[in-house]
Design a binder for this molecule. Structure first.
Ligand code: PMP
Length: 452
């Protein structure tokens, strides 16, 4: 593999961002409130914000708003700034690229950065087979392209997805999501030939991986027929669904069934991939070698980039001109992605996922021992969640999740919620989060649970 691109040289700049949370006004503060009023007049109500504080600066795991409040960010823009906000290497690479070439359109005149990203994805996605890539702009667009490619390759139409899945907000991906509200209510008609099968959700179904897989497979064989399926799209760890980690053996059994039946096995690693779980891709934790792997979010340090990477013979089924788009694989985003891969390699960032899990999981289990409303602590690496339920009735406690997230925000800790029933708090920090910052967040959470 050749690499003629010069390695990124980084002179670390000064960052005017504190390393701790700091609350200096009411949340939201007066400047954010004023901006919120301007926003309400001109930004569609269809675009909502979990916490209406307007961010001015960010570095590492800290966001600073226009009122000078510093937030410990445990969401990383939903898993995008995986190696940290304004990572020095990413900023340097993007700045350098801006002065060289910002856009040509790869389908008109190509450039090396796109090829290099494809090489890196071929190298770091699971499996040693020949792989090829198409780069696009968003996660949903990667999902759309994977389905296009799988349909062309198999000459079949059916798309299988799992309960609690989330795949995006375009027309096809709306049809692939489990949750209709808010993602698809009123936005139909939807794409056809999408079939939703039961998943493995150990807390709720209590099934072994083998039994859960048998249930999924039987469902698809009865309601669709394996020979009509082009692909099965799975998130190895479900993201918006609430960091659902399937039972051991579930995903390998599904992959085996796909392979035996000529169904393209697609791993949507848009949230779980790019070093988040201590492996480049979460598929590795389950021994999977997917036919197609989807990446987005963390791949370019905050710039918009996504990709479909997979078996060369499947990727090449698409006719020339059938894949692509004006901005797909933008040179600046590709330069940033190359810097992300270099940082992961040079600074052994794969080790950070395990470090964060070690700091976060036992601390959350400690809270679980104190607060029985925490039904489960689960996840891998820097992708950990707690599910809240009434200890007696097991009813989902979305109200408690909202109250905790709101109370934590008042203390300067930004947490994301998730789950079909809104009763999951997820911890999706950047790998730059320190053990001290995690300990601080846990003490805030302890107070929030105590006050619940
Ligand atoms: N798939 C998964 C697993 C995701 O988590 C997301 C985004 N939350 C998407 C697809 C859609 O990505 P995007 O928002 O970039 O379209």
């Amino acid at each position: 593999m050749t690499d003629t691109l010069a390695p990124t040289t980084v002179v670390p700049p000064e960052h005017d961002v504190p390393s701790q949370r700091r609350v200096v006004t009411a949340i939201p503060g007066p400047k954010s409130v004023a901006l919120q009023e301007r926003r309400a007049a001109v930004v569609s109500d269809g675009v909502s914000s979990a916490l209406p504080v307007f961010i001015e600066k960010a570095h590492g795991a800290i966001l600073v708003d226009v009122d000078g409040n510093a937030f410990l960010d445990l969401g990383a823009g939903i898993g995008v700034t995986t190696i940290g906000h304004t990572d020095d290497a990413v900023v340097a690479a993007a700045r350098g690229q801006l002065g060289d070439v910002i856009h040509t359109l790869f389908t008109i005149t190509p450039y090396e950065e796109y090829v290099r990203v494809a090489e890196l994805l071929a190298q770091h996605t699971p499996g040693t087979h020949a792989k090829k890539t198409v780069l696009v702009n968003s996660g949903a667009e990667a999902v759309e392209n994977a389905v296009k490619i799988a349909r062309k390759y198999t000459r079949r139409a059916g798309v299988a997805v799992l309960e609690h899945a989330y795949h995006g907000r375009t027309n096809l991906t709306m049809a692939m999501n489990f949750k209709a509200m808010p993602y698809s209510v009123g936005f139909g008609p939807f794409a056809g030939d999408v079939y939703r099968a039961p998943n493995s959700y150990p807390l709720h179904d209590g099934l072994s991986g083998a039994d859960a897989a048998a249930r999924t497979i039987a469902y698809l064989e009865k309601t669709v027929g394996a020979s009509d399926l082009a692909c099965l799209v799975v998130e190895p760890i479900q993201g918006e669904g609430g960091f659902v980690v399937p039972a051991d053996g579930y995903l390998p059994a599904l992959q085996e069934w796909c392979t035996a039946n000529g169904i393209v096995f697609v791993a949507d690693e848009i949230q779980s991939g790019m070093a988040r779980t201590g492996a480049y891709f979460a598929s590795e934790h389950f021994g999977l070698v997917p036919d197609l792997v989807l990446s987005a979010k963390g791949i370019a340090g905050g710039l918009p980039l996504a990709g479909v990477t997979g078996r060369a013979e499947i990727m090449d089924a698409a006719q020339p001109g059938g894949l692509g788009g004006t901005f797909g694989g933008n040179p600046v985003a590709c330069a940033a992605a190359i810097a992300v891969f270099e940082r992961i390699e040079q600074d052994d960032l794969l080790a950070e996922g395990a470090r964060i899990e070690k700091a976060l999981k036992p601390a959350l289990e400690g809270l679980q021992a104190k607060y029985p409303v925490i039904a489960e602590v689960r996840g891998i690496g820097a992708m950990i969640a707690i599910e809240l339920a009434d200890p007696e009735t097991h009813a989902p406690r979305a109200d408690a999740v909202s109250a905790i997230a709101a109370a934590a925000a008042q203390q300067g800790v930004l947490l994301l919620t998730a789950g079909t029933y809104g009763n999951v708090l997820r911890f999706l920090p950047s790998l730059a989060v320190t053990d001290a910052q995690i300990a601080d967040a846990i003490s805030v959470l302890d107070d929030c649970f105590a006050a619940l």
